[in-house]
Design a protein around this ligand. Structure first.
Ligand SMILES: [Fe+2]
Length: 267
């Protein structure tokens, strides 16, 4: 199974007074085109889709994502507003006057006033589990007891099914750049503990810190991708990337480990 990942696009409204309006839109546009050429089975989007959670930003985001051919699965980042995200992006959301039939809600029974936008996708060879690490007004990660028991329950349902988790906030420190990223350290520890006890989890894919990290974690593996927005990414060798946006391709085959590749969009 081939999974493409995008993250931290921080899309701005076309009318915003900001120098990066077109730059960020272009980064996403180019990633979408290249991802279509790769024909992945699924695309995951690990949050911070827009900059300030305004409706106009989400409408622009929807327009930029519309050409995507593979099914898209989104988790919110701390910059997202879950309600607006759903309202604008979901096929039957109240603001969805442009049909986007390939954006999946995952769980059709989510209430409108959803506290946690998390869901399981069982329609591919690899099981995908979207985990919400956001809370209103909170910049740091949150993974409280309700979310913990939900994850425990869904992982216990299919203990032999290769599974990939995706979430916005990495549940571990990243050098000096990202320390104590969860509001409560117990939340991050709980996530590691759950994954440790469910060896079918092949990887946790994250965003948020805008840099590339690939490491062992909780008896499994964690991959953090750079921001798609080139003006916000960190530690990318610009001599190589030349300001081109980066997306990730993750390949998982039967009996093998996940192979992940940061792909620089060709100029
Ligand atoms: Fe971000």
């Amino acid at each position: 199974m081939l999974i493409a990942q995008i993250s931290d696009t921080h899309i701005l409204a076309p009318t915003a007074d900001h120098p990066s309006v077109e730059l960020r839109a272009d980064c996403l546009r180019q990633c979408v085109a290249e991802i279509n050429a790769q024909q992945p089975d699924a695309v995951i989007f690990t949050g911070d889709t827009v900059q300030t959670a305004q409706v106009e930003e989400y409408e622009y985001l929807r327009e930029l994502l519309a050409p995507l051919e593979a099914p898209l699965y989104v988790v919110p980042g701390n910059r997202d507003d879950k309600r607006v995200l759903q309202a604008v992006l979901l096929p039957n959301g109240p603001l969805s006057n442009v049909p986007l039939s390939n954006i999946h809600k995952g769980n059709a029974n989510l209430p409108d006033n959803v506290d946690s936008l998390q869901y399981v996708v069982d329609e591919h060879a690899v099981r995908l589990i979207a985990i919400d690490s956001t809370a209103v007004g909170e910049r740091k990660g949150v993974f409280g007891s309700e979310r913990q028991s939900w994850l425990e329950t869904v992982l216990s349902e299919k203990p032999r099914q290769p599974t990939i988790l995706f979430i916005h906030h990495p549940p571990f420190d990243v050098g000096d750049h990202y320390i104590g990223g969860y509001r409560r350290q117990e939340d991050a520890d709980a996530l590691a503990d759950i994954v440790q006890r469910h060896p079918q989890v092949k990887a946790l894919l994250c965003g948020h810190v805008h840099r590339l990290i690939d490491r062992a974690w909780a008896g499994s593996r964690a991959v953090v991708m750079p921001s798609v927005a080139v003006d916000l990414r960190k530690d990318v060798e610009e001599a190589t990337a030349k300001n081109r946006p980066i997306y990730m391709l993750h390949q998982l085959s039967d009996g093998s480990d996940l192979s992940s590749e940061a792909r620089i969009v060709s100029g």
